[in-house]
Ligand binder design. Structure first.
Ligand code: TLP
Length: 347
């Protein structure tokens, strides 16, 4: 059978040979005793890359975000986020379940929220009968908006606003690497404007598992305690940390190939009169597009029949994500399949 081209997510990447070799050869110890040299090396490398005092290896992006929210808040506090954010939509209600938090979502444009929208939502400091606004969080790149990049000037303004109102500023930087490669702005520069940062090793970077959170030493010490309490203390986990370290050392720069592939596919989709795509939002490795004459389910089914896997982005949009297991030839073939499915004769 011919290989399926899988554009459902960049989480589907499989460890390469080089990564598997690094995993096989990893020196390990008990990380709960902080004695795993590979985990320690990964955390040091990541802290340096992100320009933060300390970093912690955690199981997943969700755990990373939730640990950060937990450490920066108390039950009953409120978190301002964007309405399409991962934290609001795809983390199983865990801000409420794990930390007793209430979310206050704001609708952004391409995932970007502006200071003027946030200010009215910040609760007055002396209102003891209201929740306390404690955290402002944004996502870069923004997944559900289609991999869009947060403009640095806006991040800087939001950071100042957060400081002015004594709010912590958290970055869901699951795909911060993509933003950095696309703009040329170092991840360190992005991270410097936030109190806490969570970023994934297991998406476009190709590691099988894991995320990193970073911040001050005190913040990470507390996150270390909470991670253990939540059952996230792992033992000889250097085997997985080795994959993460390999990912950070080898797979960041090549993300630009995924962005070129995404642009190519977006242009082919844009040229098809039966499909609609917001080309302005095609900035990194995620594409969202709308079939005008077929339902989402039928579209996905017809593509699958021809060897192309796609997923649902928002309710009325199809999502395609490029990644390191998808070659230029695969992308050309994916574009041909999409043309075939959405050509006049089939719709
Ligand atoms: N995103 C996944 C799905 O959950 C939607 C995907 O396929 O894109 N923050 C952002 C911005 C994310 O996109 C994701 C995963 C996470 C956090 C959570 O990461 P994991 O899956 O490692 O818990």
């Amino acid at each position: 059978m011919e290989k399926m081209i899988d554009l459902r997510s960049d989480t589907l990447t499989k460890p390469s040979e080089g990564m598997r070799k690094a995993m096989y050869e990893a020196e390990v110890g008990d990380d709960v005793f902080k004695e795993d040299p590979t985990v320690n090396a990964l955390e040091e490398f990541a802290a340096e890359l992100l320009g933060k005092e300390a970093a912690l290896f955690v199981t997943s992006g969700v755990m990373g975000n939730q640990l950060c929210l937990n450490v920066l808040s108390s039950p009953g506090d409120e978190v301002i986020c964007e309405k399409d954010s991962h934290i609001f939509n795809y983390e199983s209600g865990s801000p409420a379940a794990l930390s007793g938090l209430q979310l206050s979502p704001i609708e952004g444009v391409n995932g970007v929220i502006l200071p003027g929208q946030i200010e009215p939502l910040i609760r007055p400091a002396n209102a003891y009968y209201m929740p306390r606004t404690k955290i402002l969080t944004i996502e870069n790149t923004h997944n559900r908006a289609g991999g869009t990049i947060q403009p640095l000037e806006n991040i800087i303004t939001l950071s100042a606003l957060a400081k002015q109102h004594n709010l912590f500023f958290h970055l869901d930087g699951a795909r911060i690497w993509n933003a950095s490669v696309a703009t040329g702005i170092p991840v360190k520069e992005y991270a410097s404007h936030f109190d806490s940062v969570s970023c994934c090793l297991s998406k476009g970077l190709g590691a099988p598992v894991g995320s990193i959170i970073a911040g001050s030493k005190d913040f990470i010490n507390e996150a270390y305690r909470v991670r253990k309490a939540w059952g996230g203390g792992m033992r000889q986990v250097g085997i997985l940390a080795a994959a993460g370290l390999y990912a950070l050392q080898h797979n960041i720069h090549r993300l630009k190939e995924d962005h070129v592939n995404a642009k190519y596919l977006a242009e082919r989709i844009n040229a098809n009169p039966n499909l609609e795509i917001n080309m302005e939002a095609v900035q990194t490795n995620i594409l969202l597009f709308k079939p005008l004459k077929l339902s989402i389910e039928e579209s996905i089914r017809r593509c699958k029949e021809r060897g192309l896997l796609l997923s649902v982005g928002k309710i009325d949009l199809i999502r395609a994500v490029t990644h390191l297991d998808v070659s230029v030839e695969d992308i050309r073939k994916a574009a041909d399949i999409i043309d075939d499915v959405f050509n006049e004769q089939y719709v």
